[in-house]
Design a protein around this ligand. Sequence first.
Ligand code: GDP
Ligand code: MG
Length: 331
Amino acid sequence: MFSIFKRKKSGAGVETTAVRPVEQAGADPLEARLARTRSHLKGLFSLVASAGQVDEDLLEEIETTLLTADLGVSATERIMTRLREAIRSGNVAEPAQVLPAVQAELYDLIEPCEQFLAVDPEKKPFVILMVGVNGVGKTTTIGKLARRYLDEGLKVMLAAGDTFRAAAVEQLKAWGERNGVPVIAQQSGADSAAVIFDALQSAKARGIDVLIADTAGRLHTQSHLMDELAKVRRVMAKLDAEAPHETMLVVDAGTGQNALAQARQFNQAVTITGITVTKLDGTARGGVLFAVAEELGIPIRFIGVGETAADLRPFDAGTFVHAILPVDASG
Ligand SMILES: Nc1nc2c(ncn2[C@@H]2O[C@H](COP(=O)(O)OP(=O)(O)O)[C@@H](O)[C@H]2O)c(=O)[nH]1
Ligand SMILES: [Mg+2]
């Protein structure tokens, strides 16, 4: 990963000089994929362009724009507080200095969540447990992840732990067959923990590098679901005390603040170690990543920007921030 911001640290904690990333802005296809996500923040450019000075009116309009872009109340407050400090200390004096400062704040907020998921070769298999509500893109993300690890030359196995819906088992099996990846499955209605236990046992016997386990997104009640996930973890620990090595929550960016609520809820029940945010290609609500970063601080592992295998990108804070607020471009 490269650093995209060259900034002078200042006492107020706000840096005002954002520079072009190493990659040329126009050459990064992520920018095109995030066009919708960028749509709200784009309003900042005209606000600043038409402002004669940095005053309370301008600050209020910036605040409203951040809220509209789904950053949520606390992330927005944090950014506004620090922007005001920068203004007070004189680091931001002209309207033209405002957006570089906002961009730097967005980056500071989300950069700690840029923690790439490294598959530890010492853990055999390295177990990734996928959780999240129905329809967020868990199974699709499993396919994308599997593709990625296959391309790295790793031996991959999948566990069809979403036994609640027959279609879910079939979806995973079909994907496995197409890609020559073994899928451990039982009939729908089977015990999810048992399926994943079998898969882990089999993965150990076969020298698998990465085992990715699907789970149900909905059961009869929410507490059933959380109980089941807790049981999956308990049962797995009988074979490998450290498994799962990653409990990855998948959330759909398009659900905005609901994604934050889901992250909160799953994190309480099963301790999430990483998040993948999907469907950023189709929504203006991608600002919710900042809300998740501010409130939960959980590593954001990947972002989904489309439906094909290539549309899963490791989360890179600088590239993401620049793609949604391209300060040094014309906007
Ligand atoms: N546009 C877009 N669609 C996605 C993305 N990820 C998943 N989907 C779609 O979301 C729908 C639900 O995905 P699925 O994996 O079945 O969700 P699950 O119920 O959580 O397993 C499918 O139509 C996927 O193609 C993404 O990053 N972008
Ligand atoms: Mg599924």
